[in-house]
Design a protein around this ligand. Structure first.
Ligand code: GLA
Length: 376
């Protein structure tokens, strides 16, 4: 399956860690439909690590923990599918998963078959406890081949955190998305760090295999498995805006059964989702602007039909001005063209004069525009 736009959905890890169980998954599936997340495009519901028993059965098959999932995984898949969602699960290229449950090493074909039998549509494939001898590209290729031969369309979501130059070999393995960074935590420092890590990897993002900057922390407010200090709503808004503009998969990590109105408003911003899911599949371009640096980050991205997405992100606690020249996005004065800007959070619209875009940004805040090329 060729994935044309970044996958979207929800994953259990950020909030629930090992505290996963059937009832919570059913309620999450309900909530994804009732809150309108599915209508916005969030269609994968993914159970992360810690779902199985610690040993395989006598036929070497993985076994769902009967205390957490008393009706088994097929029942979960059926419930999720009946809601119009797709079902994702998790395994690992090593002997063990990161949390110490059985991994798929040397069981790739059997496990792919098991997942197919349950009705799985998506497999997140981790990299803990992997062989020190067999290079990652072979481990991921094995599972890629196993999935392609399991009789079901199962998306491979690689999770080797960018290790061992993942970007050089991941596309050949059959993966449709690959974790280009280490794990996220619910802190602003973590968001800022992941954005920096991503900088050199944008050329590898594109249709068919998307750079995955990790699950979103929007709406966690310091609670749950990777909740640490938590962030403010302004920081969550900027975090979401960056992930969307840079073309990362958008996998929600908060408890969608109890989202605040602010969390819901952030996660369902239609203009940003439209930019994220843009059909041109272009890579983002970092703008140098006038004062860009780790605390002021600016990106543009070409969209279908000639529109341009532009994001101005204030990454720290001082108010600052973002400023760049249209030259940088291919519209020097000599073209006789300029940009008509529309901000996706406020709806503010204006036409750029003097070839310069300037915007004052509050601490940690951002402005994201969908811009149209017009006569100057
Ligand atoms: C790794 C992954 C995380 C999560 C955990 C589960 O750390 O990067 O996203 O899946 O394992 O143990």
């Amino acid at each position: 399956m060729l994935k044309l736009t970044p996958p979207m959905g929800w994953n259990s890890w950020n909030t629930f860690g090992e505290s996963i169980h059937e009832q919570m998954i059913f309620e999450t599936a309900d909530a994804m439909v009732e809150t309108g997340l599915l209508d916005c495009g969030y269609d994968y519901l993914v159970i992360d690590d810690c779902w199985s028993l610690r040993v395989r059965d006598e036929k070497e098959r993985l076994v769902p923990d009967p205390e957490k999932f008393p009706h088994g995984m097929k029942a979960i898949a059926d419930y999720v599918h009946a809601k119009g969602l797709k079902f994702g699960m998790y395994s690992c290229a090593g002997n063990l998963t990161c949390a110490g449950y059985p991994g798929s090493f040397e069981h790739e074909f059997l496990d792919a078959q098991t997942f197919a039998g349950w009705g799985v549509d998506f497999l997140k494939y981790d990299y803990c406890y992997h062989s020190p001898i067999i290079p990652g590209k072979y481990l991921y290729r094995r599972m890629g081949t196993a999935l392609e031969n399991c009789g079901r369309d199962i998306l491979l979501s690689a999770c080797s955190w960018g290790a061992n130059e993942t970007h050089e070999w991941i596309k050949e393995t059959g993966a449709s998305m690959w974790r280009s960074t280490g794990d996220i935590a619910d802190t602003w420092e973590s968001v800022k760090h992941l954005v920096e890590c991503q900088e050199k990897l944008h050329p590898y993002n594109g249709v068919g295999c998307f750079n995955d900057m990790d699950m979103l922390i929007v709406g966690m407010y310091g609670k749950g498995n990777v909740g640490v200090t938590g962030c403010t709503d302004v920081q969550y808004k900027t975090h979401f805006s960056i992930w969307a503009l840079l073309g990362s998969p958008l996998m929600i990590g908060c408890d969608v059964r109890s989202m605040t109105p602010q969390t819901k408003a952030i996660l369902t911003n239609k203009e940003l989702i439209r930019i994220n899911q843009d059909g041109a599949g272009r890579q983002p371009v970092k703008l140098s602007g006038i004062w860009a640096g780790p605390d002021l980050v600016m990106y543009s991205r070409s969209l279908v039909g000639g529109d341009i997405a532009i994001g101005l992100f204030n990454m720290d606690g001082n108010e600052r001005e973002a400023r760049f020249n249209l030259d940088e996005i291919g519209l020097p004065f000599s073209t006789g063209r300029t940009l008509k800007m529309k901000e996706v959070w406020t709806g503010e619209e204006y036409v750029v004069k003097n070839s310069t875009v300037a915007k004052r940004l509050q601490p940690y805040d951002c402005a994201v525009y969908r811009a149209q090329v017009v006569d100057a």
